[in-house]
Design a protein around this ligand. Structure first.
Ligand code: GLY
Length: 396
């Protein structure tokens, strides 16, 4: 999909992110993280807040199927941007809880091992070289391999592996496969990379619709492996574009490109990103489903905005200066970040322990609507680190 004329014009205008604004945003984010380091040591923030306050949960405890890694990831980011030992210490202390969780198979019968183990122990291993972190990451990668389905060539997202009605992938898995690419890099065993490649190639074929919007989940025939149909779980409808799903596309395809250098991922990135940008309201922060506009009365999803920013920043690294779209994505990043920083942080909500307001976990089932969501906070922090420390090496 091409950008509309209006959107191209809007993001052709140079948008600056002043240094003071970035430092101010980082300062505020670190203030909240500092507060949380006193509470979340043995416990982790719940996926979404209640009235902008995260209660604590255990790693793998109730509510935690895919999100504890984001808190540990925020600590690693805080450590890398400040060099402050106290962040490293807390993140390092948490490594054992991830190892215990995967060793004892606590709440890991799903594909979200990448979300759980990449920003936590893979990051921990990359930063400190710790062996237990590496082994925990590898155990998680091995467990994820067990969800691979030969017929259809994809990693099954949720549900019992023998249940034919659960025979589907979801676009979110774009962020789980980097765990497998990493596992091949550190072990020299190509089996992880082969499965990751097969899955992302299948996803590339089925999740992006003709108009460049995306399906959230996609079913296959368990007998033949043939693609069957796209269905939503968290979007407004089967034909709509759930904003966070679209954002997993915006970030996931550049990550695939970073490992495979296959040009089709650049094209896919541009298509899904252009669709995302074409559907932004005037302040550039998407509604929770891209079908909604300013008259809809629906909530925004700031977490999707933060994820999309990280995806654009990742792709910008690979686009040549001669690519006219590169400048567009740079301006879009700055515009979205400016809006998040000035209008959607908890800076003036003293009691809140989250970073970004107005995220949505799942509107269809009514959880975490207009709340802080821990992955939104993580990706906002990752975006700040990416912008302020361009030499930062990705965890994914
Ligand atoms: N991976 C689930 C979500 O994005 O809500």
């Amino acid at each position: 999909m091409e950008l509309t004329k209006e959107v191209r014009e809007k993001f052709s205008k140079e948008t600056e992110l002043p240094k003071e604004m970035l430092f101010g945003a980082l300062h505020e984010a670190l203030k909240k993280i500092d507060g949380n380091t006193k509470t979340f040591i043995n416990t982790f923030p719940r996926p979404c807040s209640t009235n902008y306050v995260y209660p604590g949960i255990l790693n793998g405890g109730e509510w935690d199927d895919w999100t504890s890694g984001f808190w540990t990831g925020m600590l690693w980011l805080a450590y890398e941007i400040t060099g402050e030992e106290r962040y490293r210490k807390t993140a390092f202390f948490q490594i054992k809880s991830y190892d215990e969780r995967i060793t004892n198979k606590v709440a890991v019968n799903h594909h979200d091992l990448g979300f759980l183990y990449t920003p936590s122990v893979v990051a921990g291993y990359k930063i400190t070289g710790n062996e237990r972190a590496k082994q925990a990451g590898l155990k998680a990668a091995n467990h994820l391999l067990g969800r691979y389905k030969e017929k259809g060539e994809f990693i099954q997202a949720w549900g019992d592996l023998n249940d034919p009605t659960a025979y589907r992938l979801i676009i979110d898995c774009n962020l789980n496969v980097p765990l497998l690419f990493w596992a091949s890099e550190v072990t020299g065993d190509s089996k992880y990379r082969e499965i990751a490649t097969k899955h992302i190639n299948t996803a590339a074929k089925v999740v992006v619709r003709e108009d460049s919007s995306t399906h959230h989940t996609f079913y296959f025939d368990p007998e033949t492996g043939n693609p069957v149909k796209g269905v939503t779980a968290q979007g407004a409808g089967d034909d709509s574009a759930w904003a966070r799903g679209q954002a997993w596309g915006v970030y996931g395809f550049p990550l695939a490109y970073s490992y495979l250098k296959d040009e089709k991922f650049v094209e896919l990135f541009k298509r899904v990103t252009n669709y995302f940008l074409n559907h932004l309201p005037s302040d550039d922060i998407c509604y929770w489903d891209l079908m909604f506009d300013e008259n809809s009365g629906e909530e925004r999803d700031t977490s999707a905005a933060a994820i999309a920013v990280c995806g654009m920043l990742e792709m910008i690294k690979y686009l040549p200066d001669s690519d006219p779209d590169k400048k567009i994505y740079e301006n879009a990043v700055n515009s979205i970040m400016k809006s998040l920083i000035t209008k959607y942080t908890t800076k003036n909500i003293e009691y809140s322990n989250g970073l970004l307001t107005q995220a949505v976990y799942s509107k269809p089932n009514g959880s975490g609507v207009d709340e802080c969501c821990i992955w939104g906070d993580y990706f906002y922090m990752e975006a700040l680190v990416r912008i302020m420390k361009p030499e930062w090496k990705k965890y994914w």
